[in-house]
Write a protein that binds this ligand. Structure first.
Ligand code: ADP
Length: 167
């Protein structure tokens, strides 16, 4: 039997947005198993803790009604991305690409990661044009300022984000 193709989509997901969800929808078509790796921290100070971020990603995937849901797992991880990718025997790392701003950082990451392991390819996907400008950081800013953020996040995120900002 050939080994199933495993994809790892890592991120902070603080919180998951329509942009992330769109990348997940596309990624499931590329691999046999998709592992969504929720990073404990990546030099950022997350609004939602790790458990909350993981739960919101799971709720979003259930809400999306993906046909391939059985092949999608949400797993928290900590430490070096490439090490984690090796541990779970990932074949590809999936990242979303927005505008030029992402490019520079992602370009460097691929360079550094491939120096550590040149077998695991990084694959970039672009979200639908409607979602390309969405960033968790801006969603949080808009929500904090009382602006309409609801269209930028999946339904299961709306109330938890409201509650979190009131707390
Ligand atoms: P990280 O801290 O790893 O950048 P994020 O949760 O911010 O984590 O993003 C995870 C991945 O999803 C990154 O590859 C990022 O570029 C991608 N991404 C985030 N928002 C969008 C979007 N609106 N369109 C496409 N890709 C996105």
């Amino acid at each position: 039997m050939t080994k199933p193709l495993i994809g790892l989509y890592p991120g902070t997901f603080d919180p998951i947005t329509m942009g992330h969800a769109d990348i997940i929808k596309r990624a499931v078509k590329l691999v046999d198993e998709l592992i969504i790796g929720v990073a404990k921290h990546s030099g950022k100070d997350p609004l939602f803790n790790l458990e909350e971020r993981k739960a919101l990603v799971e709720a979003t995937i259930d809400d999306m009604g993906l046909e391939a849901r059985a092949n999608v797992r949400v797993v928290p991880f900590e430490g070096l991305l490439m090490k984690y990718a090796e541990d779970i025997r990932a074949d590809i790392i999936i990242r979303g690409l927005r505008a030029f701003s992402d490019f520079e950082y992602e370009f460097q990451m691929v360079g550094m990661n491939s120096a550590m392991n040149d077998e695991i390819e990084t694959v970039f996907l672009m979200a639908d044009a409607r979602y390309q400008s969405i960033a968790s950081k801006l969603v949080k800013q808009i929500a904090t300022l009382g602006g309409p953020f609801e269209h930028f996040v999946p339904d299961p995120v709306v109330e938890p984000l409201r509650r979190k900002l009131k707390a």
